[in-house]
Design a protein around this ligand. Structure first.
Ligand code: MSP
Length: 701
């Protein structure tokens, strides 16, 4: 039996995930579902990269051990993959790989041992001990050459990383080196002999020119006195393996390389080689270092390395934690269906290139392509079958005698032209999808939607229904649109598993959609007489103005308080405390600065807490009343229950945003917002207060 193995990168556990991380998983999930449709036994890996200095530091900042830090972020990932239907229970990944698994330690150690005794293609030792002197970015987990950092103003200061804009670490210590410089020709001939090894073409060219530019040996260990959170070098535990050496190897240890446990559970020979999906930011590690390590260890090369572009904010900057312009998963999860997000990600980003993410664009696409497009086609077809054909898929055929009437109504007496249009679109869809051109593939699917919509509008079934002589014409039109819908379900299942299954089921079809190969579809196989099921709207229209306003409110609310939505997705906090003033720009595209008149619009007043109580079934929320010098106290819902005992708040002076539009949270009206600092990774709220005595109602300016 044919098998297929697809991987996402494994994600760092120093911070919580955002849309960028979700995106690679969505792509991998769609690819895996498409393979499974074809009956190919597929193994889909995602997971976390848990070692290294950046994780050690994040743990320290959060008062956790590195393992606790990893467990915390992993539990968030698991909730996210569940909420977005990407986990095993929803037909998504097969393994959530963690590099802290003992089997991984065993596998990586074996891999190291193999590299340690290997000769390079030029006959020298692949691994040697030396001394490393240079700059290192903890956030990239990468050594930086002069063209990869910005020099500091004075020689005493450290340079900064061009990607993260953070200070680099100076390293000067004994280190193991991998003799990468001996692998340039071997790598170039690999790229030459396998033009599809790195995709897309533009990315392949980048890799080629990097390797042609000459390769330097790579430091692959750190003294454990500098980095202890990692895997010790076999037979030399004073050294910790370089985190990327440990990380890339996960792709083979997960399926059994160098360890019995996974070998039995999955099987290395069964699934290797893999197709690696990565962001273009980490292409070099996958397309240069990893293949060279594999050559040294004598392990077969991956099937391919396929790199996608980055999600940018509407202002065109890369979405990242450091910039604080990420798209938060709790907001996405609250306002949009999983399918709408998957569709948008695959339709909007031209694979391999960068794409901009904006909530407005997501709402527009949801409304036009999904609600008015596919959703409308499906509901009008099904409703007409319900109304005109007693809820049963009608007959497709137009008899000899009825042909003239059909012709008069502008309807072809057979479906050949429509069928061949749809077959062609199906072939194109498959071609583009299998070449990672998801956007082009979806254009083809929507060409089908448009064509069938036009057929319906031209034929006007509602008029045909008034004329008994046009019964066959009416039936044929409705059969054709139902059959087209069936095809669309099969095509779109990997992209929108829930909606496709929903429409399929409403069409009265039962056979496992997840196992139907669109290449095998034959026009006319939708059985006549199939009883359609209850019709449900799958893509409700989104009220753009209202939703945008709510999203803005929510995003500003989470600056100082725990977001209510975080509760729906996680018991921990979703990344929700932007550390950069320009987050608003990410939503609105408006520049960073406000002037004093903008600030004056915000009415900040001193208040005193009169009462405070927990809100039943909302473990993060407190209901408080506050005297802000008005006739009546204000009622405020605050997301601080996990950090403040209600009794201890009574009598406290706080700062209240007094002119915030009231809104309901868990059924309670919140008439303002209290200010709190957001501290640490989890955004622990710390209430703003005063050292001196201030009267209630005093205005902050
Ligand atoms: N741990 C390494 C990968 C090791 S793989 C053996 C790492 N982790 S990461 O968490 O920083 O990012 C992993 C991946 O997340 C990126 O390569 C990319 O696939 C995805 N993305 C992170 N930010 C992204 C965007 N803004 N846009 C699209 N994808 C992004 O690197």
């Amino acid at each position: 039996m044919k098998t297929f193995y697809v991987t996402t990168p494994i994600y760092y556990v120093n911070s919580l995930p955002h849309l960028g991380h979700l995106y690679t998983m969505i792509v991998a999930d769609a690819v895996a579902r498409r393979k499974r449709q074809r009956g190919i036994e597929t193994f889909f890996l995602t997971g976390t990269d848990e070692h290294g200095i950046a994780i050690e530091r994040a743990a320290e900042r959060n008062n956790r051990t590195p393992k606790e830090q990893a467990d915390y972020v992993v539990s968030y990932y698991k909730k996210m993959t569940d909420a977005f239907g990407l986990d095993t229970a929803h037909g998504g990944y097969d393994i959530f790989m963690r590099t802290t698994e003992p089997f991984h330690y065993a596998g990586v150690s074996e891999f190291w041992r193999r590299v340690a005794i290997a000769k390079t293609p030029k006959g020298r030792n692949a691994l040697y001990k030396g001394h490393y002197e240079g700059w290192f970015c903890a956030a990239c987990a990468a050594y930086k050459t002069e063209d990869e950092y910005a020099k500091a103003a004075t020689p005493e200061e450290a340079p900064t990383c061009l990607v993260h804009e953070t200070t680099l670490d100076r390293i000067s210590e004994e280190s193991y080196f991998f003799r990468l410089s001996d692998y340039d020709e071997a790598l170039l001939s690999l790229y030459e002999s396998r033009p599809d090894f790195v995709q897309p073409e533009a990315r392949r060219n980048e890799v080629l020119s990097f390797v042609r530019g000459g390769l330097q040996d790579l430091s692959v260990s750190r003294m454990n006195t500098s980095v202890s959170w990692g895997i010790p070098v076999p037979n030399d535990p004073k050294h910790t393996m370089y985190v990327w050496f440990d990380a890339v190897t996960n792709y083979i240890t997960a399926i059994g390389f160098g360890n019995e446990q996974q070998q039995r559970a999955v099987g290395f020979e069964k699934f290797w080689p893999a197709l690696h999906l990565v962001g273009k930011d980490i292409l070099r590690f996958h397309a240069v270092y990893w293949p060279a390590f594999l050559m040294a260890a004598g392990v077969e090369q991956p099937r391919a390395i396929v790199a996608h572009g980055m999600w940018l904010d509407p202002a065109g900057r890369k979405m990242s934690k450091t910039l604080g312009n990420t798209v938060e998963l709790d907001v996405l999860n609250k306002y949009f269906s999983i399918d709408a997000i998957r569709y948008f990600c695959l339709r909007e980003m031209v694979f391999g290139q960068d794409g901009r993410f904006g909530y407005e664009a997501l709402i527009d696409r949801s409304n036009s392509d999904l609600a008015s497009g596919l959703g409308n086609l499906s509901s009008r077809t099904l409703t007409m079958i319900q109304r005109y054909c007693e809820g049963q898929v009608p007959s497709a055929s137009i008899s000899e005698e009825a042909r003239l009437s059909a012709k008069r109504a502008g309807v072809d007496s057979d479906a050949a032209a429509l069928a061949s249009f749809i077959e062609h679109a199906r072939d194109e869809f498959i071609h583009h999808f299998d070449n990672f051109s998801f956007s082009r593939a979806l254009e083809e699917a929507w060409a089908i939607v448009a064509r069938v919509d036009k057929m319906i509008s031209d034929a006007k079934p509602w008029d045909l229904a008034k004329d008994e002589r046009q019964k066959q014409t009416l039936n044929a039109v409705l059969y054709r649109s139902a059959e087209a819908l069936r095809w669309l379900c099969v095509l779109l299942y990997p992209v929108m598993p829930n909606a496709a299954s929903g429409i399929y089921q409403q069409l009265g079809l039962k056979a496992g959609l997840s196992q139907l190969d669109p290449a095998q579809l034959k026009w006319g196989e939708l059985p006549e007489g199939t009883e359609i099921e209850e019709i449900k709207a799958l893509f409700p229209r989104i009220d753009k103005a209202k939703t945008m306003e709510e999203i803005r409110d929510q995003r500003s609310e989470v600056r100082g308080q725990v977001s209510e939505a975080a509760e729906t997705l996680s018991s921990g906090r979703v990344q929700s405390s932007p550390r950069h003033a320009s987050e608003a720009e990410a939503i609105t595209g408006i520049a960073d600065y406000i002037d004093i008149t903008d600030f004056a619009k915000v009415e900040l007043r001193v208040g005193q807490v009169l009462t405070a109580e927990r809100i039943p079934k909302a473990d993060k929320l407190l209901l408080i009343t506050v005297d802000i010098g008005e006739e009546k106290p204000r009622q405020i819902v605050a997301g601080i229950a996990q950090y403040y005992e209600p009794e201890k708040l009574i009598g406290r002076k706080i700062v209240v945003v007094a002119n915030l539009k009231p809104r309901k949270l868990r059924g309670y009206e919140s008439q303002g917002m209290l200010l709190a600092a957001s501290v640490g990774e989890e955004g622990k709220p710390v209430i703003a207060t005063f050292a001196e005595d201030v009267p209630n109602g005093a205005r902050l300016k």
